[in-house]
Design a protein around this ligand. Structure first.
Ligand code: ZN
Length: 472
């Protein structure tokens, strides 16, 4: 993560530019994730992104001007950013022209002088072109996805480089500023608080700032025709944007009022419930973007402003709000541990219902546990094991969600309510704005309870098939 405590060291080290020599080596072109090895890069740690974007929806043209401050973590002769399809016009590093090449998702930048380990540097990339989303291994669209009136912008797991040069790994937290210019009458949304809007005549520039650490896949820049309402939740500004054309999945008629009603019923209450249950809400703003993006088929927990592709159900809103704690503030280190995001968010739906006098989490567990292994639903639920995904095409499969949530509910049953809540609260308190792994969670559960839980987690997370009664 990007830590401001390095500023002094960086200032002391940044005395003079050093010549690129044998001691300076290229930064790695990938962060080495088991599922997306080329995503992210090595040799530096981003501290801030300042993104100036201008979008013309009628021809799907995006012009970008990105200024990135980073700290070198090795003596660098060159370094990479991830950027897909968009064409780079110029790059400077610390104000001096730098040479660059583009191949696939790799933008390789060679500064005129090497960058010393510990040195803070600024890279500016001017780029643009026709925007293209990415097709993920499960055939979902990801990234900058054009809509009738703008774009629906969601980046999990690999869409960020479709619209800005990024160190696209969940391991690099940074602070983000956005200045997004769209045609007059359109609204551009992004993470965090609204700083200003500027009327340029034919266009409007919307400036947003996310002042809490954020990883690239949780950014958004969704834009189009929206009604934006600013309210308050828990003393924080709440930015809700609803597309007047939004509707329920499969329905013909727009129902924006239904979106407003559901946000009112679920969003603030979920923020309050989870603040009590898990610990203080992580960010300085709350919000939602309800678009009409009929070709997307999923909603996403973009930081402070989840993106909904159609009018969401209340439980979907609850799910995405829960991700603010688990997924957005506590961030997985490697994609194969996805259940740490989705198991927690799904269990959060269950506890929401339980706390409101509906179905209890145990009833949800029991209903799922009754699913026979040899039924179609059982094949979907029990295979693969939630922490045994074969490849990225399985990232969003049912076990990651439902069996992940069952793992938490089974743990609650095993260790008792008080210990379970202490585990969940400590998980958040100790790991906010940091990366985590499944092994970290197992270690924490064992530390809090004083119990040896290897067999429990082996059965629930790592072994495919329906766990035998009494086996955990
Ligand atoms: Zn989720």
């Amino acid at each position: 993560m990007a830590l401001r405590t390095f500023a002094l060291a960086a200032a002391l080290l940044a005395i003079s530019a050093a010549p690129a020599s044998a001691a300076f080596t290229p930064g790695a072109s990938g962060a080495g994730d088991p599922f997306y090895p080329q995503a992210g890069n090595g040799g530096y740690d981003v501290r801030t992104y300042s993104l100036k974007l201008a979008y013309e929806p009628q021809n799907e043209q995006l012009d970008g001007d990105a200024t990135i401050t980073a700290r070198a973590t090795q003596d660098l002769s060159s370094f990479n950013l991830d950027l897909r399809d968009l064409k780079v016009a110029s790059v400077t590093v610390n104000g001096a022209a730098a040479s660059f090449t583009q191949k696939d998702q790799e933008l390789t930048i060679t500064p005129s002088a090497g960058l010393r380990e510990g040195q803070e540097f600024t890279a500016r990339v001017v780029y643009g072109g026709h925007v293209n989303y990415v097709l993920d291994p499960d055939h979902s669209k990801d990234g900058w996805i054009p809509t009738d009136d703008g774009a629906f912008v969601v980046n999990e797991p690999q869409g960020a480089p479709t619209w800005f040069p990024a160190n696209d790994t969940p391991k690099d937290f940074a602070i983000f500023d956005f200045a997004i210019t769209v045609p007059e009458g359109r609204t551009a949304l992004a993470n965090g608080r609204l700083v200003s809007t500027t009327d340029n005549g034919d266009t409007t520039t919307w400036r947003w700032r996310e002042s809490s650490p954020m990883v690239p896949y949780l950014t958004t820049a969704t834009n189009g025709v929206f009604e934006l309402r600013v309210g308050t939740v828990n003393g924080l500004p709440e930015y809700n944007a609803v597309d007047p054309q939004t509707r329920r999945f499969g329905r013909k008629d727009p129902e924006p009022q239904l979106a407003w009603d559901r946000l009112a019923a679920a969003q603030g209450p979920a923020v309050r419930l989870f603040s009590k249950l898990y610990g203080p809400y992580p960010y300085d703003s709350v919000g939602a973007i309800v678009d009409y993006a009929p070709n997307v088929f999923y909603s996403l927990e973009s930081q402070t402003k989840p993106n909904y592709w159609v009018v969401p159900s209340e439980l979907t809103i609850v799910h995405e709000i829960a991700h603010m704690w688990f997924g957005d503030a506590v961030v997985l280190e490697r994609w194969p541990d996805m259940w740490l995001n989705e198991g927690f968010a799904t269990w959060s739906e269950w506890i929401w219902s339980e706390k409101r006098g509906g179905t209890t989490a145990q009833q949800q567990f029991d209903a799922l546990y009754a699913t026979p292994e040899d039924s179609a639903a059982g094949q979907d639920l029990w295979f693969p094991a939630p922490n045994g995904l074969a490849d990225a095409s399985e990232l969003f499969h049912t076990p990651v969600y439902d069996r992940g949530a069952m793992t938490l509910q089974a743990l609650r049953q095993k260790v008792g309510e008080a210990a379970f809540l202490q585990i969940v609260r400590s998980w958040y308190a100790e790991n906010r704005f940091q990366n985590v792994t499944t092994q970290d969670f197992i270690a924490l559960a064992e530390r809090v309870t004083g119990q040896q839980l290897d067999q429990f987690f082996q059965v629930w997370l790592f072994e495919e098939g329906r766990p035998e009664p009494g086996s955990w």
